[in-house]
Design a protein. Structure first.
Length: 693
């Protein structure tokens, strides 16, 4: 059915609403005859067919509303979901009308001026988000503070993605009619566009996010005069999707704290403070400045960026278990070189950001341009000699152009600034400082490669080797390689392999390892779900093989059949990503390698800066006992309410036309907070301060 639905989506994108409706009914009636109504309902949600996220309000009238009525008549969907879609469509229609009025004004400018307005409005707002320092309470509860800040920033970038895509399409279709190319001072223009454009795009972005949540989760809706609340019905389903995001965020907080230690002995460059008076030149108008990029301090800043890039490169190889990255290419460009080039761009972004801050503080003025606009030729002039030395080959201007194209927004049909952080126009490159400050590039880089079809072929083997060594380190007897088997049983031939076999005490652990990347987009999880179920099936086969062929297994593993009879067999699936971890399928536990490392480490820690404020043991001290490992597999620490419970219950809200739209799970965030590990750390910290006083 997926092929037919994609054809319906194509018709919708071409605004052929009548034909799309006929096509859907034909496919749906066929499925109803086959007794597969649930399959139709799944695809209606998955592709948000009842929801109009397009810029054409006719789609609601000509497709969504008639389709909802027909599906209700056929019993395909429930009225509750239809009411939710109708309400969201009504709100989105209003904002689309307002948004078209703003676009109409924007089209009166020259495309260069329009781009400047869009980038400046959003970047000024983004810099406000980043410039607010946490208070003492937020420093202690930093996870919550930074998670909230990053959520706000990601919403802003999602809205900017929309505007930049519109701008690119508008320029291609000659929608911009202005002749004047003089850039306006956005601080003065803000009252005209900032107060209108930004809230409209943010509101649409938030409504689209709710649409995506409705596609993934069944929700209850409560409509009140001043508030609309969407509540996740199944907290376990909600955890399955939300918990991996929270855990990844917590891991990145730890990575950022420990990053300088990754390669601290590899570098000896000095880290003198940059004198920004030496690298900025104020323009005659007094309202702007330019960077003097030939300054020696740029070279010093570049050295630091290369250090950071190599540290992050090591982290990627370690976290993703990749060994063949330097042999991979995209469009003839080496993946390692692509990675390093990003950090070269980050040098420019950070230098411009710091220079902008310096200009504001010294001259008490807003910079006219909060982003860096630089000629492609100037980037090539700066970077070709340096990169030639790093890459140990002659880097040409053409090489730089290819690298820039690889990171240009909209290329490869990727309209996402996290993957494509550069905006190009008529020989100039726009570098957005906040984006390079906030992008978790160690993660998005791997996703970028994945979307471009780069095959990281030997990831599985490396993952298995590292995992075996980890078990050996903690006293397990480990089979040194993948265990292949083949046998006949009741006239059938069975073949398979076991990735990890580890024995300790009275337990035999059988692990099936799956090296996957975390799902990023709605419904990406289906691919990971498939791999997890495959791992469970392989684990079941492994247990069956040992029970049916004890002699063969014992001879190869090096134990007696009598020993095997005394062992408790514990199968499990080990993932390299967070998604799916902590669940069970057919009583086989699914766990992730980050949690396993934390279990072996023995405790959770809450930090205030570099200082450990509170520790919580998650196994007995000393030697790793196999019974503790079994308990961990069955009841992983991160499912305890005191660890992430409060964060899972944090509501997400935004005002839509004067009403607060809130999305939350069941439960009280305030009550859960009192039983939270971070809250206990805060209490401990304040008690310590009181004692010291």
């Amino acid at each position: 059915m997926q092929g037919e639905i994609k054809e319906i989506v194509r018709l919708l994108n071409n605004k052929n609403y009548k034909q799309a409706r006929k096509q859907f009914k034909r496919v749906a009636l066929q499925k109803i005859e086959e007794g597969k109504k649930e399959e139709i309902s799944l695809y209606v949600r998955r592709y948000s067919l009842f929801l109009n996220k397009s810029e054409d309000n006719n789609r609601t009238r000509l497709f969504c509303n008639p389709l909802m009525d027909w599906c209700c008549e056929q019993g395909i969907v429930d009225n509750e979901y239809v009411q939710q879609c109708q309400l969201l469509n009504h709100e989105m229609e209003w904002y689309v009308d307002q948004y078209k009025l703003v676009l109409k004004e924007l089209y009166t400018f020259h495309p260069i001026v329009a781009l400047h307005i869009i980038l400046s409005i959003f970047e000024n707002f983004n810099l406000e988000i980043l410039s607010r320092n946490p208070n003492d309470y937020e420093k202690l509860f930093y996870f919550s503070y930074s998670y909230g800040m990053e959520t706000n920033y990601e919403s802003s970038i999602a809205a900017l993605n929309v505007m930049l895509k519109i701008w690119k399409e508008g320029e291609r279709n000659s929608c911009f009619r202005g002749k004047d190319t003089n850039l306006p001072y956005v601080a003065e223009l803000g009252s005209k566009f900032m107060n209108r454009m930004y809230p409209i795009i943010r509101s649409l972005n938030y409504l689209h996010w709710i649409c995506d949540e409705l596609a993934l989760h069944h929700m209850k809706m409560i409509v009140e005069e001043k508030q609309v609340t969407f509540i996740y019905k199944d907290i376990e389903e909600y955890k399955r999707f939300r918990l991996p995001i929270l855990r990844d965020h917590a891991r990145m907080q730890n990575v950022l704290r420990t990053l300088p230690k990754v390669a601290e002995k590899r570098f000896s460059w000095s880290k003198e403070k940059i004198d920004y008076d030496q690298i900025i030149q104020v323009k005659p108008s007094g309202n702007d400045f330019k960077l003097k990029l030939s300054s020696n301090v740029f070279i010093e800043a570049f050295k630091r960026a290369i250090e950071e890039s190599y540290q992050n490169y090591l982290l990627i190889l370690d976290n993703a278990y990749i060994t063949n990255l330097e042999q991979q290419e995209i469009l003839g460009i080496n993946c390692f070189e692509i990675f390093i080039f990003y950090y070269c761009l980050k040098v420019l972004a950070l230098l411009y950001f710091e220079a902008t801050q310096h200009f504001r503080e010294k001259y008490q003025k807003e910079a006219m341009v909060p982003y860096l606009a630089i000629d492609i030729k100037d980037i090539a002039y700066i970077f070709t000699p340096i990169l030639s030395k790093i890459f140990k080959r002659e880097v040409s201007e053409r090489d730089i152009e290819k690298l820039i194209n690889l990171y240009t927004f909209g290329n490869d049909e990727l309209f996402d600034l996290y993957y494509k952080p550069l905006v190009t126009n008529r020989g100039k490159v726009m570098i957005i400082p906040s984006l390079f400050m906030m992008n978790n590039f160690s993660k998005t880089y791997i996703y970028h490669l994945n979307k471009l079809g780069v095959q990281l072929s030997d990831r599985g083997d490396n993952f298995e080797e590292v995992t075996r060594k980890r078990f050996e380190k903690y006293g397990f007897t480990v089979y040194p390689k993948r265990f292949h088997y083949s046998y006949k049983y009741q006239g059938e031939t069975y073949r398979g392999d076991i990735d990890l076999i580890a024995r300790k005490g009275s337990y035999l652990f059988l692990g099936q390892l799956k090296n996957r990347i975390e799902p990023m987009e709605p419904w990406d999880h289906l691919n990971v779900d498939h791999k997890i179920k495959q791992g469970v099936y392989q684990a079941e086969k492994a247990v069956a093989y040992i029970k049916r062929n004890p002699k063969d297994f014992c001879e190869r593993f090096g134990i007696s059949e009598e020993d095997l009879e005394e062992l408790n067999i514990q199968p499990f699936v080990l993932l390299s990503c967070f998604y799916g971890s902590g669940t069970k399928i057919k009583e086989i536990p699914i766990i992730d390698t980050s949690a396993l490392e934390k279990f072996f480490d023995g405790e959770l820690r809450v930090y205030e800066g570099e200082e450990v404020v509170l520790c919580k043991p998650i196994r007995q001290k000393g030697e790793v006992l196999p019974e503790d490992l079994v308990h961990f597999l069955e009841n992983p620490y991160f499912l305890e309410e005191s660890v992430y419970g409060a964060y899972l219950l944090i509501p997400h809200s935004y005002y839509i036309r004067g009403r607060k739209f809130m999305v939350r799970p069941q439960g009280s965030w305030e009550e859960q907070l009192s039983n939270n590990l971070a809250a206990a750390a805060i209490s401990s910290f304040f008690d310590r301060d009181m004692t010291e006083e």
